[in-house]
Design a protein around this ligand. Structure first.
Ligand code: HEM
Length: 455
């Protein structure tokens, strides 16, 4: 009888444990962001890292492979993996973290809140929030002047998202919510398992409990708006809900997800935007000229948005240069082939958007910040699969249009009255948490403008 030898897998290449120990940067941001890119000349753009044999870890920066994996997501590449499961205690089991029928139900029912007509109906509220911020900023500009940019952007965007998607102005409650999100973002940094009653863990449990109280209050006091919002859409689904858990739990987790995802990435992108505007006076001049021509000194209108071409190109380049969702992960439930390689079942696949969007084969001068690549004429030449700040496939970001709308309104309204100047005590380099943030020490000074196009 002939004994068949087990098939030899052609696994992706990658550094050995020994090489990692010797070469890998000890600074975690460099390790997570630039190190995989630096390995590309030696190992290519699909790299295996030494890890547990039960869950091999593979980093992918190849556009076609990322595209294929994300478009196959619903079949064999799922989110039920270590990274996404770590969100369960905080965000819960929601559209972001679930798979299969739970995800499908939530996505399908929430979708109308992101349709064009709904988005347009949010516009006056978004402008109103931005204008209220200018009143507060005027006060700051007359006094302390220096702001924590990320915090300011987060305060603005969380209010907008809560009013748009939940019909709820947050008022003072946004402060504890933002604190909760801070904890969530740094969750991988806690030292001891959550069940050990350290001071840090007790504070975390309290923050979580307080957040649930706020979310319960949002549900209890909710009043239906003209167009059904996320709470209405999920409470009165058109098809039966999967009976995996009570409606109240589903609502709570989806509300937390909307509040977190709806503001955090936009706030990160805006913070990077203000930094790049300050670092590039020629781009600042072009943005100001565009705002002066398109909007002038009146409040921004919905019809102005498509005409803010350069400002949008700046935002798009910010999202290429520092993708706030710098990576996502999937686990394959079955063995698969990606590119020339065999991928064993249960591998953890890191889809590395940061590396993808600086891939030297797909971007000219990838490490140069150049918004012109997103202007008509050059934009058409971009390989779409090499630019995925919002992901792709069935699990593509649901809020990308809302985010552009919020950001363009905030930028225009604030630049009509202020300039921001970096006064940080150290260089502003990326901080790879769950999202790609500006560092804690990032501070900018607010300066009032007397005339629109002077600095
Ligand atoms: C600059 C802003 C934003 C960026 C860069 C961004 C990025 C992303 C990315 C890359 C994904 C896909 C993750 C994956 O495939 O694993 C995603 C998913 C998601 N985003 Fe965003 N996002 C932004 C703004 C928003 C906003 C404003 C909302 C509004 C609620 C939102 C809600 C969501 C949700 C619910 C998902 C999960 C979708 C699903 O799995 O079906 N995002 N986002």
């Amino acid at each position: 009888m002939k004994i068949l030898a087990p098939k030899k897998h052609n696994l992706p290449p990658g550094p050995s444990t020994f090489e990692l120990w010797g070469d890998a940067p000890t600074e975690s941001n460099q390790l997570l962001l630039d190190y995989p890119l630096s390995l590309m000349p030696k190992y290519g753009d699909i790299i295996r890292f030494p890890s547990s044999p039960r869950e091999p870890m593979i980093y992918v920066m190849n556009p076609d492979v990322i595209d294929k994996i994300l478009k196959k997501s619903r079949d064999i590449y799922i989110k039920d993996n270590k990274a996404y499961r770590s969100f369960w205690p905080t965000i819960g089991y929601s559209m972001l973290t679930s798979d299969k029928e739970d995800w499908q139900h939530a996505r399908q029912h929430v979708q109308p809140a992101f349709h064009r007509q709904h988005l347009d109906s949010y516009f006056p509220m978004i402008v109103n929030c931005a204008q209220q911020a200018t009143t507060r900023w005027l006060h700051i500009a007359n006094n302390a002047r220096v702001i924590d940019v990320h915090k300011e952007m987060a305060l603005l965007t969380i209010d907008m998202v809560s009013q748009a998607l939940l019909s709820t102005p947050l008022g003072e409650q946004k402060f504890p919510l933002l604190h909760f999100i801070e904890r969530l973002n740094q969750q991988s940094h806690h030292r001891y398992p959550r069940f050990i009653p350290t001071l840090d863990n007790i504070e975390y449990m309290y923050t979580r409990w307080r957040t649930h109280r706020i979310v319960n209050k949002i549900i209890k006091e909710h009043k239906s708006p003209e167009y059904p919002d996320v709470i209405d859409l999920l409470s009165n689904p058109k098809t039966p809900r999967p009976q995996t858990r009570p409606l109240h739990e589903e609502l709570r987790d989806e509300i937390k997800t909307m509040l977190v995802l709806g503001h955090e990435s936009s706030a990160c992108a805006l913070s990077w935007f203000w930094l790049h505007l300050d670092q590039n006076p020629e781009y600042l001049a072009r943005v100001l000229e565009e705002i002066e021509t398109v909007v002038g000194q009146r409040p921004i209108e919905l019809a102005d948005l498509p005409n803010l071409v350069f400002t949008k190109a700046m935002l798009e380049e910010v999202l290429r240069f520092y993708p706030t969702a710098w990576q996502t992960t999937r686990k394959n439930t079955e063995p698969d082939e990606i590119g020339p390689y065999d991928i064993p079942a249960n591998s953890i696949i890191g889809l590395h958007f940061y590396g993808l969007q600086r891939h030297p084969d797909h971007w000219e001068n990838p490490n140069t910040f150049d918004p012109e690549r997103f202007l008509p004429g050059r934009k058409e030449k971009i390989n779409k699969a090499a630019y995925l700040p919002f992901g792709t496939g069935p699990r593509v970001c649901i809020g990308s249009q809302l985010s552009f709308m919020q950001s363009l309104v905030i930028i225009t309204t604030l630049l009509q009255k202020f300039r921001l100047v970096d006064v940080s005590i150290k260089p502003v380099t990326p901080w790879a948490l769950v999202s790609l943030r500006t560092p804690k020490h990032f501070r900018m000074e607010i300066r009032k403008v007397i005339k629109m196009n002077t600095k």
